[in-house]
Design a protein around this ligand. Structure first.
Ligand SMILES: Nc1ncnc2c1ncn2[C@@H]1O[C@H](COP(=O)(O)OP(=O)(O)O)[C@@H](O)[C@H]1O
Ligand SMILES: [Mg+2]
Length: 290
């Protein structure tokens, strides 16, 4: 009897102790803690415990993200007010100085570099604002080629002598109903990323195609491509592999494209380099015309 009851007690106490110690670990903040090695009813209990721990971990991450976003929103608003105007002043002053007749070629190069850096800061500020406080899109019917043209013209110092652009402008897709400023912001981010992936020079390939319902815009590059280990993370806010990256570029692209009921995906091209594909719905009027 004594032996049997001792054996029964051990059958219960061991799994209970395992569960208790896992609970204590979770309580102390170790959300990675999971229960394993329990059988029968205790196995089912352990499974429920593990599900609960995973869900707790997910909710904590979401909470942290919301806090990050709220902080990002506050920082973005302050930065835009405090930094953007002086930044615009610096840019104009640098542009004027670079055009002065007495400035040496060497100094001109430096001034252009400063303008490029200022433009990048400005684009970072726009990303922070767009991401933290997205404005509702102002939809109008536009030709996507006009938006591409404008984005290429204003890309902050990315389209340099070392970077070529391959794009067949003669292909004329149907109009899409979008906010051109927001698509411009998306394209700037893709061009800036392509430019920084090809620091030694290379080519940006732009292609536009369409179906009855959608226009598809691809931006590819001849850089090293996206590290396969991180390809699923690159649209996550604050994810970056760059020492000075913000990790907001692609997250902003995704949230802006979502506002357009579109899609953005990333992949690596078989011939090397990254490719980003944006799918946007064709303006209703045009769909009916087809
Ligand atoms: N064209 C590209 N080629 C290779 N990797 C890229 C490219 N575009 C984006 N990435 C990867 O995606 C990450 C996230 O990009 P992004 O959100 O724009 O943030 P950031 O540019 O600040 O790092 C980059 O750090 C990089 O690892
Ligand atoms: Mg970027």
């Amino acid at each position: 009897m004594v032996f049997a009851s001792f054996f029964l007690m051990r059958c219960f106490t061991k799994p209970l102790q395992t569960l208790l110690s896992a609970t204590e670990k979770i309580e102390s903040g170790d959300l990675d803690s999971r229960v394993s090695g329990l059988k029968h009813e205790f196995g089912i209990l352990a499974e429920s415990f593990n599900d609960m721990a995973a869900s707790l971990q997910g909710q904590m991450k979401q909470l942290q993200r919301n806090e990050q976003l709220a902080t990002c929103g506050k920082i973005a608003t302050t930065l835009v007010h405090e930094v953007r105007n002086p930044l615009a002043g610096i840019k104009v002053a640098m542009d004027v100085l670079a055009d002065e007749s007495g400035v040496s070629e060497e100094d001109q190069k430096i001034l252009h570099r400063v303008v490029k850096e200022v433009n990048l800061i400005d684009s970072l500020l726009s990303n922070m604002l767009e991401f933290a406080r997205p404005k509702p899109p102002q939809f109008i019917n536009v030709n996507i080629n006009d938006v591409i043209e404008r984005s290429l013209r204003f890309t902050p110092g990315v389209i340099t002598k070392e970077i070529r652009v391959e794009w067949d402008k003669t292909i004329q897709p149907p109009d899409i109903r979008i906010d051109p400023n927001q698509l411009n912001q998306v394209l700037l981010n893709l061009f800036i990323n392509a430019g920084s992936a090809m620091s030694g020079g290379g080519t940006i390939f732009i292609t536009v195609s369409w179906t009855v319902a959608n226009v598809q815009l691809c931006v590819a590059d001849s850089g090293p491509g996206i590290d396969q280990a991180v390809i699923d993370d690159i649209f996550t806010p604050f994810f970056t592999t760059k020492a000075k990256g913000s990790g907001l570029g692609l997250a902003t692209c995704k949230s802006l494209i979502n506002l357009h009921s579109g899609m953005i995906t990333a992949a690596n091209r078989p011939e090397g380099g990254a490719i980003f594909t944006i799918t946007l719905p064709i303006a209703k009027d045009n769909q009916e015309c087809k």
